[in-house]
Design a protein. Sequence first.
Length: 384
Amino acid sequence: MNTENDLSEYRKELDAIDEQLVSLFCRRMNLCGKVGEWKKEHGKPILDRGREREKLNEVATLAGEEYASYTRCLYRSMMGYSRAYQNELIGGESPIGAEIAAAKANTPELFPSEAKVCCQGVEGAYSGLACEKMFASPSILFVPTFADVFEAVDRGEADYGVLPIENSTAGSVKVNYDLLIRYNCRIVRSTRLQICHCLLASPGASIENVKVIYSHEQAISQCAGFLAGLSGVEVRPCLNTAVAAQMASECKDGTVAAISSRSCAEQYGLKVLRETIQDAGANRTRFVCISKKAEIYPGAHRTTLMLVLKHRPGALFAVLERINELGVNLVKLESRPLPERDFEFSFYFDLDIAAASPSLPRLIRALEPEVEELKYLGSYTEVV
């Protein structure tokens, strides 16, 4: 029977082995640095997949059947650390690093209080309310679709665009993730808005008379419980909750209603038939402010990256390891299918990492050899 003294002896032996392991690991990393310098001098890529595959098979055989899989995992991680170290030593400044440095150098100290800002919808839209939360005195241009917002920013017709990116109950606004890449825009600020949906109709209307309800598909999803309790009512999606209110205001017989905000009731002369009809009381939507070029204002504490991973086992794990190594908190991970590629995805990472942190360029250098494509989508502050 093992005793406490036996446990103490086991731990002493483990401590002695750990001393040797740490010493050998440091020697290994030092040699990897020299290998990296040689590769740079001779124009060779840091990643040699054939060599890594051979090495993994070799160490698994050395470990024997019982420990083969554990040894593969250990060495796969060590090889990732080695590549990150090599890239940090010899990689130099990447184009993304140069973009971040230029943005920090050229961005004014204060976020603008006045600007021409494009939003989707019409007057009273939640995007407009989020815009007024970010800018003290914006000039707002309303357009019909989210793509129109990106077009306006891309063509220089607006300085910025404000768009919803995710909701606390209905999830991500996936189309806007896709548009971020298509138009190569940057996120420069974000905010969260409390969303309180109301059922609106023309004065004199009652819930019993309503036959058609218009709203945006996300608002419809957020009010699914309320809508399920209505009978004989047709729910029709439209472009925006404010557009829905506008449509209800044009109907004078009280049979058409809208799921929209209380501010839209005032804007379009409607009656609130029922308020706070969303399923979750804590219903918040996060909005982002986009610009054509990166702008990094002092205090920017969140960074968003888009990565296309290599189509191989462990690709996502390798990326998460690089993030974990630097102690960076992953706030959100979103995947989107890649057009014209079967069951392959791009991944969006929201990271709690400040633009001023030395860990940001280190992370980007560490990630570049692990992925097929990496795009920097901005470093920004979230306005509370």
